[in-house]
Structure formats: C-alpha cells, structure tokens
Design a protein around this ligand. Structure first.
Ligand SMILES: O=P(O)(O)OC[C@H]1O[C@](O)(CO)[C@@H](O)[C@@H]1O
Length: 438
C-alpha cells in the first residue's frame, strides 16, 4: 500500500492560529522546485548514486551471498559500526523482527547484535558471553577511520585470540568500507585485511546516513530474512513522482520539507516523529541522525525528536499537548485494526472495560492513533499524518526514501549542504588528544 500523507491539520483552518495559512505554505512549497530540479538532474547525471539504488538489482546477489555467508552455521552475528553504518541496518532488521519485545529473536535465524554505541561494560560482558566459535562479525565503516568501530574491531580480534580462535578470524569476519584510494589510509582495511578478512566496498558516492539502501543496510536486513528487493521497490515508488516531473504538491517529500521549513520559519523549529508500532522504533532513530546531521548547519536546522506509540503517549504527550507551541508533529500510523489478540468479553466485563469486549489489541492502537492526531489538532498543534499501511519491506523502503528526499529538499530550502557533517570533527580530534594524554 502506498504511503498516504494527510496534511489538513497543519493549516489554520484546522488548528487555529498556530497553523499555516494556505498562501504562506504555497510560497514555501514553490521554493522546493529548484530542489526537485536538482534531484532530477542528479539522477540523470548519476551525481547522486543514492537515487539510482531503488532501480538497481545488479548488486543484490552479492548482498544476499554476504548475508548467507555470515548467517551460515552462526548462532550470532555482530554488526560493528556506528551512526549511518548501523542505524539503517537496524531500522530494516527491526521490520523483520529484530529487537522486538520478547519475541524479537525467536526466528531460527542468528541473533543479530548491533554494537553501535561504544560502551566498555557492554562490550566486555558481550564478548565474554558470546559463543565466539559460532559468532560471525561484520565491521562497517565508510571512512574506515571511526575510532569506535576500530576499537570494537580490535577488541573482537583480541577476544577471538584469547579464546584460541585466532586461526578463524578470517573465516568469521567480513569488512565493509570504501575502496582503497592511493595516498589515503583506510585504517579498518589496514587492520583487518592482514587476517585474510574479505571486504565489500562501501559505495563512496553514498554517505553513511543515506546508505540504508546499499549493502550497509541490506546485509543485516537480509540476515533477518527481509525481502531486500521489495525494500528497493518501495523506495522506487516514492522516488518516481520526482523523476516524472510531478508538481511539488504531488511529491509528498517536497510537501513534508516545505511544512517543516515553513513551521521553522514561524518559530516551530522542532520536528517530532511519532510512529505507531514497535517495528518503526529504530526507523525513528535512523531519521534522527538523517535530519540532525544533514540539516544542522550554520545556525540552521530543525531539531528532530523521536517517539513511538502508544507507549510515548504515557511519557511525552502531556508536553506535546500542553507545553510550548514549538513543534510540528508527524504521526506515522499503520493499518492495525483487527490485528493481534482478541479480548475475551467476560474478562473485559470483569475488569470494568466493556468497550474492550471482542476488540483486538490492534483495534485499540488504531483508535489511539486517531485520537492522538485529533487531540493534537484540537489543542492547536500542527500535525501531519503518514498512513503507512502494513509495515513490511516495501513500506520501510518507501518511508526511508520519503525521508531521504525530504531531507535533501529541506537542505535546499535552508541553503545548507545535506551531505557533510563538518562540525563533528572537532570533538573527535579533541577526544584523540585526551586519549593520548592519558
Ligand atoms: O561509516 P563511518 O565512516 O565509520 O562513520 C560513522 C558515522 O560517523 C559520522 O561520520 C559522524 O561522526 C557519521 O556521519 C557517520 O554515519
């Protein structure tokens, strides 16, 4: 089912004075047109390889083979890498059942562990607990120089050696990094290749946070059994209107970018993504990096906040309904009516919840989604809705492409480069200095 975007509750007619008036919105929407032209040109010239990915299938056999190689006979697969080298894979794998409460890893496939946050205690206890004889590792870093990933890779190698498994390192690990460029040191390759570890190439033209549809995101997804061709099909469906020269109003990503920037210009500089369903939790985190690193530059940018429903109704909604009016909400809903356990009428009566009788858990969540959107609007909070239908491979591909396009178009509107992240370097240099001083 295609994504369905509903924006009525962003306008003053629905939410009162905090909403945009149509003319104001149309002016910002018109400003997205150069961004759309730029995207089409980038597609035609191949300047942005990300845009060619949805239509490609030539690389899928290599991705499928790598996933099968990692999973073959494995009880556990460790994914080393951080930021864009991890979050896309996490978002996709979660759609296929990874990291869900209780049942997440009971699929007969290897357990997946994404070691994206460097934490000394987690790493130590994790490596001690894992059956390394049957553990495979994929180390992902576009640059090959991210300290966290390098340190994790070194710790893993040492753990294999300490368990007397030094001779298996080459057969248990895979690397994924940019191809070697003469004169530039790739530390990850330098570290791992001497062990005979095979490397796949990270597409040098696709930045980490935009790499979910490359081998970076698709290998972990395929390990979990997600249909990776369908992920790309979903992405293509969202890209197509841009390539077909659709008017900005017919390109949901242009509409989304225009809304966000229009509200930011009105001093609503916070974007809250409120996604209903456990399977979208990591997706919201992936989006937070995409939106933050791509747009937060030169004093500009909108602050992303991630929430999932219904649980965050019980932690954040009070602020959203009654706190400062400084946010645009994007509520991602799913078709969940009729899904999940059906509630026994006698139990419902016994508990004093007669309205539960005969209803499914999905019926309640469907009602909650609707209620959240309406309550936000009634309290004068601008809210757009994206009805994602069923959360499957195609849907997550579509959502990822929608938000990547939205990010690129928003960057055009803000006048910033979506593809760099110069400011984060400063802290990395300082951390290295402090480490040397220790
Ligand atoms: O894939 P790499 O090069 O290891 O980078 C990991 C992450 O670190 C950053 O460069 C920020 O430090 C992100 O942009 C990137 O996704």
């Amino acid at each position: 089912m295609p994504l369905k975007q509903i924006i009525d509750t962003c306008f003053d007619t629905e939410v009162g004075a905090n909403g945009l008036d149509r003319a104001e919105f149309d002016t910002v929407l018109k400003r997205t047109e150069p961004g759309l032209v730029w995207l089409r040109e980038a597609y035609d010239t191949g300047a942005l390889p990300l845009l060619a990915l949805p239509g490609r299938d030539d690389d899928l056999p290599e991705i499928t083979e790598a996933a099968a190689w990692l999973a073959d006979g494995a009880t556990d697969v460790l994914v080393l890498g951080t930021g864009g080298s991890s979050l896309g894979g996490q978002a996709l794998a979660q759609v296929a059942g990874w990291r869900l409460p209780v049942l997440g890893d009971l699929s007969g496939r290897p357990r997946l562990h994404f070691l994206d946050n460097l934490d000394p205690l987690s790493l130590q206890s994790g490596l001690a607990a894992l059956p390394l004889e049957t553990t495979r590792v994929i180390a992902i870093s576009k640059s090959g120089s991210t300290g966290e990933t390098l340190m994790q890779a070194m710790a893993v190698i040492s753990a294999f050696e300490e368990r007397g498994l030094a001779d298996r390192i080459g057969a248990h690990m895979l690397g994924l990094s940019e191809p070697l460029v003469s004169g530039r040191l790739n530390k990850l390759r330098k570290l791992l290749e001497p062990y005979g570890i095979r490397f796949l190439d990270h597409d040098p033209g696709v930045g980490g946070r935009f790499a979910a549809l490359t081998n970076v995101g698709l290998i972990p997804a395929a390990i979990r059994g997600l249909d990776i061709a369908a992920v790309r099909r979903g992405a293509q469906r969202v890209l197509q209107p841009v390539l077909d020269h659709a008017a900005a109003a017919e390109v949901p990503a242009a509409v989304g970018a225009a809304l966000s920037v229009a509200f930011a210009e009105r001093r609503l500089p916070i974007d809250v993504m409120f996604a209903y369903g456990d399977r979208l939790e990591r997706f919201t985190r992936w989006w937070v990096q995409l939106w933050s690193e791509s747009l937060g530059k030169q004093g500009r940018g909108m602050t992303p906040v991630a929430a999932i429903g219904p649980v965050d109704q019980h932690s954040q909604l009070q602020l959203y309904l009654d706190g400062p009016v400084d946010k645009l909400f994007t509520v991602i809903t799913t078709e969940c009516a009729d899904a999940g356990p059906r509630i026994d009428a006698a139990l419902a009566a016994e508990a004093g919840q007669p309205e539960f009788a005969g209803r499914t858990v999905g019926d309640l969540v469907a009602s909650q989604q609707r209620a959240t959107v309406e309550t936000l609007a009634r309290n004068g909070r601008p809210v757009r809705v994206i009805n994602a239908g069923t959360i499957d491979a195609e849907t997550i591909g579509a959502l990822m492409m929608q938000f990547m396009l939205e990010t690129i178009i928003a960057a055009h509107l803000l006048g910033v480069d979506a593809f760099d992240q110069p400011a984060v370097e400063e802290g990395k240099v300082l951390a290295r200095t402090y480490l040397e001083e220790m």
